[in-house]
Design a protein. Structure first.
Length: 282
């Protein structure tokens, strides 16, 4: 496994000028991977990221942010088209910088209004499948995969569990479509996190390590032994990215409903979290 950290620990939105100091800090702290969280593709360029990779030796993951205007499941074709264009740009960026995937809850908007009934939800599901099948085809041509993230019930009504995520990938029908599993969301939605990890099987493309309170990994009640036993059973050797947040990054703190200070600064979250993850994976 290769361990990473997301840029949201330190800044939002990410800009070209931020990447080198963050990558240098991540490498100094011992990380192999920097997850580039791209809220605005106009602010982040493949050229700048490639140069930083050459200078630091950092690997990349590319993560998307899906707000109301980027919604593949929406009844209005406008947000669907915006989401498709945005995904295309992330795929192009990932291919250009050697990132293995684009990750995130790309089937819909985070915080969407729930569908009114099962029939309406099925229509949204089918729209998401159509959009993701097209994106997966483009990703496969570019040598990139889509790591699709189930979210908890308070952030979406469309894909909450690994079981639903596997079903979505089956409907998409592309080898380029798989899952990002995030321990924060799994801690809310899954009966057994270890069993859920194993159920992802060869669809598991990426992992976010996040504590149940979004604070320092290993200090609360996510069952990390179950997480890593499941990963070992699958023979998972991909990226595990530490995704924690601090109130200091105000735009993300609002987005994830972080209304109180947690237990550490960005550097402290990174240092203690990485040490815990490496020990857990050993």
């Amino acid at each position: 496994m290769r361990f990473g950290i997301c840029t949201w620990v330190w800044t939002s939105p990410l800009r070209d000028a931020d990447v080198l100091p963050i990558a240098e800090r991540a490498r100094e702290l011992g990380f192999d991977v920097l997850e580039v969280c791209v809220e605005d593709p106009d602010l982040v360029s493949a050229g700048a990221l490639a140069e930083v990779r050459e200078q630091t030796g950092i690997e990349y993951s590319v993560c998307g942010a899906f707000g109301p205007d980027r919604d593949l499941a929406h009844h209005d074709p406008g947000p669907r088209a915006n989401a498709a264009r945005y995904l295309d740009r992330l795929i192009e960026l990932a291919a250009a910088i050697g990132a293995p995937h684009v990750c995130g809850p790309m089937y819909s908007a985070v915080g969407k209004e729930p569908a009114v009934d099962d029939e309406a939800r099925r229509v949204e599901w089918d729209r998401a499948v159509t959009g993701l099948a097209a994106a997966a085809s483009r990703a496969q041509e570019a040598g990139v995969r889509l790591a699709i993230e189930p979210l908890n019930r308070f952030e979406t009504d469309l894909v909450n569990t690994v079981e639903q995520g596997v079903a979505l990938c089956a409907d998409i029908g592309s080898p380029a479509a798989g899952l990002l599993l995030d321990t924060f969301h799994m801690n809310i939605e899954e009966k057994s996190i270890g069993a859920a990890v194993r159920a992802a099987g060869d669809r598991l493309f990426h992992v976010h390590a996040c504590e149940n309170d979004r604070g320092t990994v290993g200090t609360a009640h996510v069952p990390w032994d179950d997480v890593f036993s499941g990963l070992r059973e699958l023979g998972y050797d991909g990226q595990v990215v530490l995704e924690s947040f601090t109130p200091a990054v105000t735009t993300i703190a609002r987005a994830v409903a972080m209304w109180r200070p947690l237990d550490a600064t960005g550097d402290e979250l990174a240092t203690a979290g990485l040490a815990f993850l490496r020990q857990s994976a050993a």
